[in-house]
Design a binder for this molecule. Structure first.
Ligand SMILES: Nc1nc2c(ncn2[C@@H]2O[C@H](COP(=O)(O)OP(=O)(O)O)[C@@H](O)[C@H]2O)c(=O)[nH]1
Ligand SMILES: [Mg+2]
Length: 478
């Protein structure tokens, strides 16, 4: 195991997970990421690697402005549906917070892999500034002249092209295959929209050349409950908790602009410490904070779980010869209040262990912003920096934290969600797996056509630690 990970660390292609042959300067992060801290957690299956190479070939064949693309776009314009289109597509609409977007892109890509479709990405306002191209030769971004671009913002559950609406209208007949369908898989989707997760409905959708999807959820766990994908998924991912870890490391490479933010920060504040700790604070309470109960919770969790040492309030200098052990703590939060308090605590008092603790927080943007370019570049850099730590503490319900833990291959300690302004006791618990949580899963048995607890059907799909109705994948279960 140890020598394996040392091998992987040296391997800039992450054991064959990412393709070679890119221009290194266009995206330094792609091949440099392996030199930061850890390699992959576990080895991708040979079948995953061959499927990715196969996908890349398909993308090259079908991506923007290829002959096949031009032809299917022409059909889309005329509403004609070919019996056997050369290429079929999943179009991902840029929607929701950055953490959500990273999770939904990975979900849409896995769905594309499973259904032999090509994933095309709506660049939205900032996707191009944040992510490098993941596939060699041909872009994953939709071109500006893609005919449906101007309609994306209008698609909703009331659209005639919405799959749920079509079902309500009984408009999904055998003979009439639409040239495109809008899939509403956002948190507010209804019972009909949720039938997307039934094999029978996939049989219909299979014929549709263009599937346009809007989602803010990591819907992968529900794909694992569909019999038609079962074999393929078990071949792709013999280990059930590294799905986002592998897909995320394959797909998401920070642009040079973002990589500058990551690498400068890493080398200035984190690289030289003996150990790196990440603490991700996301407070969903109303009001600005910082809140005393959240600070109490952070300290209660990190002290109890031995992530950070206690301080000795009466202590003077701890007598030690030689260089003390150092821990660098990367805190992320929209507010700077927690960081300042923890930093001061470790400056004003010695630790009981003699370790020295440095506390660092890259930004404190105040509130969630959507328009400012640098805002999401910093958010992306911070998620990435958190993923480079050795131990991670995250906040309940936060997709920002899920991305960090998943990319980092880390099982975080999750801070329980505070209720009514009080810190829960215990303050945190260790995650069962590094997988993100699907916040809005369907509770439906497609075969029996009635409601069911989808968190109790198979051992590897369980309810989440931080959201009792959510679903997540776990590998080693008890
Ligand atoms: N830079 C920075 N931005 C944050 C932080 N927490 C939240 N944000 C911003 O708020 C957005 C929150 O949305 P999202 O990433 O989906 O995370 P979630 O709301 O915690 O699930 C992020 O995309 C950032 O723009 C943080 O710690 N640092
Ligand atoms: Mg969010």
């Amino acid at each position: 195991e140890v020598s394996d990970s040392v091998e992987l660390q040296k391997d800039k292609l992450l054991g064959g997970l990412i393709a070679g042959g890119f221009d290194e300067r266009s995206c330094f992060s792609r091949y440099q990421s392996a030199t930061y801290g850890k390699g992959l957690s576990g080895n991708p299956s040979p079948y995953l690697i061959s499927s990715l190479r196969k996908y890349e070939a398909l993308h090259k064949e079908c991506g923007p402005y290829t002959e096949s693309y031009n032809k299917t776009v022409k059909d889309l314009r005329s509403g004609h549906v070919s019996d056997s289109p050369a290429c079929k597509y999943v179009v991902w609409i840029s929607y929701s917070g950055l953490g959500n977007r990273i999770l939904t892109l990975a979900s849409a890509f896995l769905y594309a892999l499973l259904t032999n479709r090509v994933l095309l990405v709506d660049p939205g306002v900032d996707m191009v500034d944040l992510f490098c191209e993941p596939f060699p030769h041909v872009s994953w971004f939709l071109p500006p002249d893609f005919p449906l671009n101007s309609h994306f913002s209008k698609y909703d559950q009331k659209s005639d092209q919405c799959y749920g609406k079509m079902l309500k209208n009984k408009a999904t007949t055998e003979s009439m295959v639409p040239s495109f369908v809008y899939l509403h898989l956002a948190h507010d989707y209804d019972d009909q929209d949720k039938l997307f997760f039934c094999d029978e409905d996939q049989t219909f959708l299979q014929k549709v050349p263009w599937l346009v999807v809007r989602t803010d959820n990591y819907f992968v766990p529900s794909l694992f409950l569909m019999p038609s994908f079962e074999q393929q998924l078990s071949d792709l991912f013999p280990n059930k908790e590294t799905i986002f870890h592998f897909l995320g490391r394959y797909l998401f490479h920070p642009t040079n602009k973002v990589w500058g933010l990551v690498s400068r920060y890493y080398h200035a504040y984190l690289a030289n410490a003996d150990e790196r700790i990440g603490i991700q604070i996301r407070v969903f309470d109303t009001g600005t904070g910082p809140f005393q109960h959240v600070l109490d919770q952070i300290l209660a969790c990190t002290l109890k779980e031995n992530i950070l040492p206690d301080v000795n309030p009466k202590g003077d200098i701890v007598n030690s010869s030689g260089k003390p052990k150092s821990k660098a703590v990367l805190m992320t939060s929209l507010s700077s209040g927690y960081f300042e308090k923890v930093r001061d605590m470790y400056w004003e008092h010695p630790t009981a262990t003699g370790e020295v603790i440095g506390i660092y927080q890259p930004s404190h943007e105040g509130y969630q912003q959507t328009e400012k370019k640098m805002h999401n570049q910093k958010a992306w850099a911070e998620m990435y920096l958190l993923s480079l730590t050795d131990a991670l503490v995250t906040s309940s319900w936060s997709t920002f934290g899920y991305v960090a833990q998943g990319l980092g291959g880390l099982k975080p300690w999750i801070l329980y969600k505070p209720e009514n302004g009080t810190a829960p006791d215990p303050a945190c618990q260790r995650a069962m797996s590094m997988e993100p949580c699907f916040h809005a899963p369907p509770f439906y048995d497609c075969k029996a056509k009635r409601g069911t607890d989808t968190g109790a059907l198979v051992p590897h799909v369980r309810h989440c630690e931080d959201m009792s109705w959510g679903l997540k994948l776990v590998d080693r279960y008890s």
